[in-house]
Write a protein that binds this ligand. Sequence first.
Ligand code: ADP
Length: 270
Amino acid sequence: AEPRSVVARATPITPRLTLLVLRDITERERLEEMRRDFVANTSHELKTPVGAVTLLAEAIESASDDPEQVRYFAGRLTAEATRLGQLTSRIMNLSRLQSAEDLTELRDVSIDEVVTAALESQAVAADSAGITVVRGGDRGLYVRGDVQILIEAVGNLIANAIAYSPAGGQVGVGVKRADDHVEIAVTDRGIGIPEAEQERVFERFYRADQARSRRTGGTGLGLSIVKHAVQRHGGEVLLWSRPGRGSTFTIRLSAVEPAGAVTAHKKSKK
Ligand code: ADP
């Protein structure tokens, strides 16, 4: 209510100032709306797994004299609880990225380090899907950023490339320098995304129908996290995709020359 009255009182100031005030209010309203939507979406998305956990716990109680059944329900309970854990941690990450809080861990980040860690985080998934991940391109590039957030963003793209590829497929992770930018491209030859959905897949909790029926277990938050993570770094995410042909997601960030010597990052982190 209070911001509107600012507009009402804006008559004496110059048109330019009025415009600035208006813009500021629109931005504030937009943020407030985003926050409200986020809480609503989140509560809705949490209801399903929480409901499942409750039902499974009840099923275990009533099946207590049948060890076979208890084991079966307990297995499903563990799977649901794991998914709930993944969902909550993603929600927290996204909410942190969307908040006005500054990124605190800024430093010169080696893209080699980011790609290595992102690949490691998806190694088990690639293995169990029988997918070969091929890494290539330029080495020794740096950006200014938060290494954990960048690892998560690239990891999410690799996770999707694996998840939406046919078993036995190939996924590529390529890095290149383009003028004063670094591009990290993740390519698959999987199901692809229809043009009409290409913008929407970056919305939180959005999942293309095709994928919904093909694969359970996703959260619909991965790409939203990628988008916000990259935006917080002043970069952008580009998408090329054709249904049936595959997809390439490219993260573009400003390149920096590392402050220290090129060898400064050689001590590999564990
Ligand atoms: P999810 O957890 O469902 O994968 P994401 O936010 O990561 O959530 O992705 C949103 C939707 O975008 C997915 O449900 C899927 O429909 C589509 N998508 C994302 N990555 C790919 C890809 N590499 N190939 C095809 N579809 C994809």
